[in-house]
Design a protein around this ligand. Structure first.
Ligand code: PLP
Length: 364
């Protein structure tokens, strides 16, 4: 599948016709960890599954195509994708990052800062980020929109400045997915995903993706992946490929539902503020009375109280005690992630059921 086809076609065709031996339409799952060599000094191109696996390789072609990039690597989780991307940079590299980050990313950054592996400067807004990038900066790290405050960064603008200063740009594209954003053509050097979320879409696969069009970065990423082994398993590679086929349909329906839910939340006196960009299924909102949060969560019936996002089922998350619990409360409060904030991942259910569920819980 080449990236000249339109996105819908690339997604629908993920993995098909990949098996020349049988013509199987759906991609076979190659569980074999080792591969027979035809004769001494010859290889089929597959030797050992940590290095290359046919099912994973088929998935990676689709992932590169949908991100309009030359290369993709599928990893065992979003966190392993982020770590793989950072580990290609030297000890002591200076990082400018958006402050509002997934809590697990922040936890790893904090550990690395303490070890002296990387030095971080955190910024709250795009203007602050632009001011913080200097000739000393090695890496600029952006989650856009941010999690959970839903602040958007202009990747093109930031990447242009970063490149002028000699820094590489890494973008976490988990929230928008390639349906709403392709960071590589906008100037990002490396894109990472928690494919656990929208890309797989059914809350049943833990996976990550690293994408790049830079040959040197790819060589180093591949070397590290082969050396350290956080590869995606053949079964999960198949599951992710299967999920990708409906990515666009799921994203469109989640967005349609999320727009209606955001409008509804805006109309409620019990809701203080709604944070929604108008794209995708992620909405955060602040309630007028924080003490009602346990009751709101316990009253919901269609929404499931759980961590994670991007699946077909709607979830409600309380970042304070769940996804962002590793960020100290004073740090969270300093950038607006206050204890009155709830995060919704809007799925593909009937929108009236979603709204009635929220109405019931928020008006109680
Ligand atoms: N990036 C973002 C934006 C996330 O929300 C998450 C997980 O919630 C991750 C990365 C980490 O991904 P994973 O849980 O697949 O390791």
């Amino acid at each position: 599948m080449t990236r000249d086809f339109k996105l819908d076609t690339i997604l629908a065709h993920a993995g098909i016709n990949s098996d020349e031996a049988t013509g199987a339409l759906a991609s076979p799952i190659h569980f074999s960890t080792t591969y027979q060599h035809p004769e001494f000094g010859h290889s089929t191109g597959f030797d050992y599954t940590r290095t290359k696996n046919p099912t994973r390789a088929t998935l990676e072609k689709t992932l590169a195509a949908i991100e309009k990039a030359d290369y993709a690597l599928a990893t065992s989780s979003g966190m392993s994708a982020i770590i793989l991307a950072f580990e290609i940079f030297p000890v002591g590299s200076k990082v400018v990052a958006a402050r509002d980050l997934y809590g697990g990313t922040f936890r790893w950054f904090n550990d690395k800062e303490a070890e002296g592996r990387f030095a971080f400067t955190y910024t709250n807004t795009e203007e602050e980020m632009i001011a913080a990038i200097t000739d000393e900066t090695d890496i600029v790290y952006i989650e856009t929109p941010t999690n959970p405050l839903m602040i958007e960064f202009d990747i093109e603008k930031v990447a242009q400045l970063a490149h002028e200063k000699g820094a590489a740009v890494i973008v976490d594209n988990t929230f928008y997915s390639p349906i709403y954003q392709n960071p590589i053509p906008l100037g990002a050097d490396i894109v990472v995903h928690s494919a656990t979320k929208y890309l797989s879409g059914h809350n049943d696969v833990l996976a990550g993706v690293v994408v790049t069009s830079n040959q040197d970065f790819y060589d180093r990423l591949f070397y590290n992946l082969n050396t350290t082994g956080p590869n995606l398993s053949p079964f999960d590679s198949y599951m992710l490929m299967r999920g990708l086929k409906t990515l666009k349909l799921r994203m469109e329906k989640s967005t349609e539902n999320a727009k209606a839910v955001a409008d509804f939340l805006e109309s409620l006196p019990t809701v203080k503020e709604v944070l929604y960009t108008g794209k995708g299924g992620m909405i955060s909102f602040k309630v007028a009375d924080e003490s009602k949060i346990p009751n709101i969560i316990n009253t919901l019936d269609v929404f499931t109280f759980a961590e994670s996002l991007g699946g077909v089922e709607s979830l409600i998350t309380y970042p304070t005690t769940q996804t962002h619990a590793d960020i100290p409360s004073d740090v969270r409060a300093s950038y607006g992630l206050t204890d009155d904030l709830l995060r919704l991942s809007i799925g593909i259910e009937d929108v009236d059921d979603l709204i009635n569920d929220l109405k019931n819980a928020l008006e109680a």
